[in-house]
Design a protein around this ligand. Structure first.
Ligand code: GLP
Length: 243
């Protein structure tokens, strides 16, 4: 486990973007697994900038970690829309190499199975992660057994409250999501987890320094052979990392 602390998130994001670029260029047909939320948005902006300066994504496949249940792909807060707005519309990726679970289907179980088949066909070279304030990764929420495969999850109160900032009201936040399970994440060749700001301190502290436990899904990363936590000073200081 590597921990890299940067003065501010801007420099941290530049570091992460350089690693993404390296993977995109070094691998023949790289698969990137992508996260949504506030944390990775600056990373996508940086990668779009790299694209403008010549980095091509034509050979890249992307899979996404998760999606809300009940939001159509065109909903402003769906993760489909997020990815389009922040990343895909600006780069030269081919549409048929973009995979995101669909939370707007009648048969969610079938959708989980369909997504697992896609993940089996596209082992992940580089996994980008944020972390929830309760230690979730993707939407693998605390408290239940670690789940290896794609599944439907009831979002915790904490997650609903935290994600309400993106919606008009607390009531508008979906109560369920579809998320990649922990197996494809743990089988990724490389993982970058980015966490910025002191509000993530407790989650990061428990993920890094606590036991591996289902109450902190991100703690499972401790047993991955190639994971880097990319932090800003705010989060590192608040969780009193001994660096
Ligand atoms: C979201 C996503 C996660 C993300 C996390 C933190 O709900 N499902 O993939 O890492 O919560 O989001 P943010 O970066 O906005 O704090």
């Amino acid at each position: 486990m590597k921990i890299r602390v940067f003065t501010d998130s801007r420099i941290a994001v530049a570091y992460a973007a350089a690693i993404v670029e390296h993977v995109v260029e070094a691998e023949h047909h790289p698969t990137l697994s992508l996260a949504t939320g506030e944390t990775p948005s600056a990373l996508y902006a940086q990668l779009v900038e790299f694209h403008r300066r010549g980095l091509s994504f034509t050979d890249v496949t992307t899979v996404n970690l998760d999606e809300y249940v009940g939001l159509p792909k065109t909903h402003a807060q769906s993760y489909h829309q997020y990815m389009q707005e922040h990343f895909f519309q600006w780069i030269d990726i081919s549409k048929d190499r973009i995979f995101i679970p669909n939370g707007y289907v009648n048969n969610l179980q079938n959708e989980c199975e369909r997504y697992d088949r896609i993940l089996q066909q596209h082992p992940i070279d580089l996994q980008i992660l944020g972390i929830g304030i309760n230690g979730h990764i993707g939407f693998n929420e605390p408290g239940t057994a670690f789940k290896p495969t794609t599944h439907i999850v009831g979002l915790s109160e904490e997650t609903i409250r935290s994600n309400a900032r993106f919606f008009n009201s607390l009531n508008d936040v979906p109560k369920q999501a579809i998320t990649m399970g922990l197996q494809p994440i743990m089988q990724s060749k490389q993982i970058l987890l980015m966490a910025f700001g002191e509000q993530k301190a407790q989650a990061v502290h428990l993920a890094l320094e606590g036991d591996v436990q289902t109450h902190v899904p991100a703690s499972i990363l401790q047993i991955h052979p190639n994971v880097t936590f990319i932090l800003d000073e705010a989060v590192a200081k608040a969780c009193k990392l001994n660096l």
